[in-house]
Design a protein around this ligand. Structure first.
Ligand SMILES: Nc1nc2c(ncn2[C@H]2C[C@H](O)[C@@H](COP(=O)(O)OP(=O)(O)OP(=O)(O)O)O2)c(=O)[nH]1
Length: 325
């Protein structure tokens, strides 16, 4: 199988990756929007978990990661429920990690263990312990393939950064003992700024906050009315929307109608209907300088200030006033 990714280019895939990509659990991710409710209020905000998962796999490969780590990268999000992180707001899960809590059971009950066994891999060794996949996941504020891919992919697709900028950033990445670092402080400054455009400006865009709130309300009421059940969340976004529509429940249909591309909302700290805080996401990559790894914020005043501003915005949260919906 040849795969062509808009950020990383063309690759020929190993048979095990091909078989996993064609499997139902990975194909399902084509119907799970990365930005949860975002696509319902802005059709351009339509990245999927499938493209992100393939992207993480390819980024790991580009950086010299093993085939096993590429498999772990491809599968890392298979347990994302319909509408991704919106479920965390339905269940009031402040850690925003519902998908991680159900990961082992979703993988175990899927065809993934059988596919991996055909290629002589034990699924437990490959996908149940992230700590050995040091390119795939790192605790914040360091870089890792997951964090880098969702930032580059969303910001490129939504028109905030260019492909040249993405390529200059990728060229600067250095892998030491299986972890990602940067070489150039200007490149680190660019990534830190881009990351906060993603997790502050985009996640906390008043329109996004509104959409998450309205969809979470709709899903909560659908569960209370037994129109949806918890297992439905392992289906695709469209299937859940169709199930709600087919119920013909007046209250639910009226909530769904409030998710449309004409919604108008603004930030207003005095006079607001909604207030939301996200999980705190901070970034401060280490840079290799004269043989030592040093946090970008210690080398750059710009990175330090970007971090302070982001911290302040994230801890204050977003106050949203609805103008029309
Ligand atoms: N619009 C919007 N998108 C979100 C929000 N939270 C997450 N996303 C989307 C945008 C990114 O493409 C992606 C990042 O979440 P992931 O589940 O892929 O990563 P995770 O939370 O594990 O990342 P982390 O370790 O915190 O960097 O999900 C949100 O509050 N609003």
């Amino acid at each position: 199988m040849i795969i062509n990714d808009k950020l990383y280019g063309e690759f020929i895939l190993d048979p095990v990756l091909e078989e996993l990509i064609l499997s139902e659990p990975v194909q399902r991710l084509k119907g799970i929007h990365q930005g949860g409710a975002s696509f319902l209020v802005n059709e351009k905000w339509s990245e999927t978990r499938f493209d992100h998962s393939v992207g993480v796999m390819l980024l790991i490969r580009k950086l010299g990661g093993s085939l096993e780590e590429q498999i772990a990268g491809l599968l890392h999000d298979v347990s994302h429920t319909a509408f991704s992180h919106v479920i965390d707001f339905v269940f009031d899960n402040k850690e925003e990690d519902y998908h991680e809590k159900i990961y082992s059971s979703v993988v175990k009950n899927s065809e993934i263990p059988t596919i991996l066994a055909t290629f002589n891999y034990n699924y437990e060794d490959l996908v149940l312990d992230d700590s050995k996949w040091t390119l795939l996941e790192q605790p914040a504020p360091e870089l890792c393939a997951d964090r880098v891919d969702y930032t580059l992919r969303d910001m490129y697709t939504y028109g905030i950064i260019s492909l040249d900028e993405v390529q200059d950033f990728l060229k600067d990445i250095l892998v030491i003992e299986g972890k990602m670092y940067l070489q150039n402080i200007e490149v680190a400054e660019w990534f830190v700024e881009t990351y906060y455009k993603e997790v502050i400006d985009f996640f906390m865009d008043p329109l996004n906050v509104y959409a998450y709130d309205m969809l979470a309300k709709t899903l909560k009421r659908s569960l209370e009315k037994n129109i949806l059940n918890v297992n439905d969340f392992l289906k695709r976004d469209g299937e859940l929307l169709n199930k709600i529509k087919a119920s013909n429940d007046k209250e639910l249909l009226s909530l769904l109608r409030k998710l449309n591309s004409d919604v108008e909302v603004i930030e207003d700290r005095e006079n607001y209907e909604l207030h939301r805080k996200n999980k705190l996401r901070m970034i401060d990559p280490s840079i290799l300088k004269d043989g030592d790894l040093i946090s970008a914020s210690r080398l750059s005043e710009k990175v330090r200030i970007l971090g302070e501003v982001a911290y302040e915005k994230a801890t204050r949260g977003m106050y949203v006033k609805i103008i029309s919906n």
